[in-house]
Design a binder for this molecule. Structure first.
Ligand SMILES: Nc1ncnc2c1ncn2[C@@H]1O[C@H](COP(=O)(O)OP(=O)(O)OP(=O)(O)O)[C@@H](O)[C@H]1O
Length: 262
């Protein structure tokens, strides 16, 4: 009899083998084989409902596979930044308190130690949101909210950071700031996997892209994955891919024709 190892292959953080997850009826994802390595900086792309959030939650461990195996490096610290739209903003806490809570999950509230208060102040400073530490979370701009959730995730000192659409709804400059921050974290040794609908603004700039259509259609560097045939299998639409200044640019001429602009 063959024993299935509980740890992933050496040099990987998480390994998914033949993973399905179903919320009831048809699987939201199926047959997923994937490894996440320590130096990863990856975009997961796919249409709405293609299983991107489900995949993140399987990597995080808050969802269990209905079939297949997920192996995590023992003791792996994983940070998760949820999609902003999924958050209940009626929660009446300040930014400082909200970040502190991430630190103090298993201990009584509301008496943080001095060390904890200092640690929170440092991370807020580092993410450029120290000036709004005393504000209610729902009063923040989209970019500030995103940074606050990033601060919460960073307090766990994660080796792997999972972000669900971290730039959706943000203006161009804020999107650049967030991406710059993520690039810095990655250079300092944090593996990062993020989901995005932004092919041109984000996915084509990252070293690795995973195309998901309930299963992994393709993964690899943008030059091997951002191709019309793979995009059609992923999105079910004809998209053109142009080369510009060494980058791939995805053009949706069909959408232009539908609104009569091309
Ligand atoms: N808690 C749930 N209960 C039942 N079905 C769910 C649940 N969460 C997700 N689903 C279904 O699973 C499928 C995949 O959803 P998921 O949120 O993973 O997709 P996604 O690619 O992240 O979508 P989007 O880009 O719109 O955020 C969808 O059909 C969705 O309706």
């Amino acid at each position: 009899m063959r024993t299935i190892p509980s740890s992933p292959t050496e040099g990987t953080l998480v390994e998914l083998s033949g993973v399905d997850h179903s919320y009831g009826g048809t699987p939201a994802v199926y047959g997923v084989d994937l490894t996440v390595t320590p130096e990863e900086l990856t975009a997961v792309v796919g249409p709405s409902g293609s299983g991107k959030t489900t995949l993140l939650r399987l990597l995080l461990g808050t969802l269990r596979p209905t079939r297949g195996v997920v192996r995590r490096r023992p003791g792996l610290a994983v940070g998760y930044v949820p999609q902003l739209e999924t958050i209940n903003w009626d929660f009446p806490v300040t930014v400082r308190e909200c970040v502190l809570m991430a630190r103090r999950q298993s201990r009584p509230w509301p008496w943080p130690t001095r060390a904890e208060r200092l640690e929170v102040a440092e991370v807020l400073e580092r993410l450029g949101i120290a000036s709004v530490a005393g504000r209610r979370v729902r009063e923040l701009s989209g970019g500030q909210q995103q940074r606050m959730f990033l601060a919460r995730a960073l307090l766990r000192r994660p080796a792997l950071l999972l972000l669900d659409e971290p730039t959706s709804g943000l203006d161009l400059a804020t999107r650049h700031d967030i991406l710059h921050l993520l690039g810095e974290l990655n250079r300092r040794g944090t593996a990062i996997l993020l989901t995005t609908h932004d092919l041109n603004g984000i996915a084509t700039h990252l070293p690795r892209v995973i195309c998901l259509a309930r299963t992994v259609v393709a993964h690899g560097p943008p030059e091997s994955v951002i191709r019309p045939d793979i995009l059609e299998r992923t999105f079910g639409a004809r998209l053109e891919v142009l080369e510009h200044l060494g980058l791939r640019v995805v053009v949706d001429r069909e959408a232009g024709r539908r609104v009569g602009v091309s």
